[in-house]
Design a protein around this ligand. Structure first.
Ligand SMILES: C[S@@+](CC[C@H](N)C(=O)[O-])C[C@H]1O[C@@H](n2cnc3c(N)ncnc32)[C@H](O)[C@@H]1O
Length: 162
């Protein structure tokens, strides 16, 4: 598969999983947490999916499209290894959907980042909350959910907090 095909399929999988996550948290109270603003593409999609929910965003350094910059009181600015523990008092158990998309093209570094952040993300999720992530985050307290039709196994991941 060409790198272009692979890129397109990744984005299609990402969109399908976010759309599925929206269905899964229907009826579940809680905020949405975007982990990695980047240029704001998925944040913008989350805004469309969740017009009535507060959306918090973690980002080390904001460089998003000007239309896709979260309001200051919803932005957790800085390294997630510092901002997520600091957010526990405000957001602990309050997140209905977390979307983790903070990786780069370096697969080993991505695995290390996901493993390091997993224990910081988990306590933010409410029971039944969903974690959508490009990196696998298998382990205790997260149940892997079926992927939407057409999304290849391993291309994206959906988990539900027990
Ligand atoms: C792949 S981009 C996100 C793309 C975004 N979801 C989109 O659709 O435009 C990853 C982002 O995560 C941020 N990031 C990576 N590691 C981080 C960390 N430890 N703390 C805060 N932000 C981080 C990077 O600065 C980068 O902007």
């Amino acid at each position: 598969m060409s790198r272009l095909d692979s890129f397109i399929r990744r984005l299609e999988a990402q969109r399908a999983c976010l759309n599925r996550a929206a269905e899964l948290i229907e009826g579940l109270d809680g905020v949405v947490l975007e982990l990695g603003l980047g240029n704001g593409r998925t944040y913008d999609h989350l805004r469309e999916l969740f017009p009535d929910r507060d959306i918090y965003v973690c980002e080390r350094q904001v460089a998003a499209h000007p239309d896709c910059i979260p309001p200051p009181d919803r932005l957790l600015l800085g390294d997630m290894f510092e901002t997520l523990p600091a957010a526990q008092s405000r957001l602990g158990g309050e997140v209905a959907l977390a979307h983790f998309d903070a990786g780069t093209g370096d697969a080993a570094a991505n695995r290390k980042l996901a493993a390091g952040l997993r224990p910081l993300i988990l306590p933010l999720l409410c029971p039944g909350g969903i974690l959508a992530t490009q990196q696998a985050m298998n382990g205790p307290d997260l149940i892997a959910m079926p992927l939407p039709q057409g999304v290849a196994e391993g291309r994206y991941h959906l988990y539900q907090r027990t």
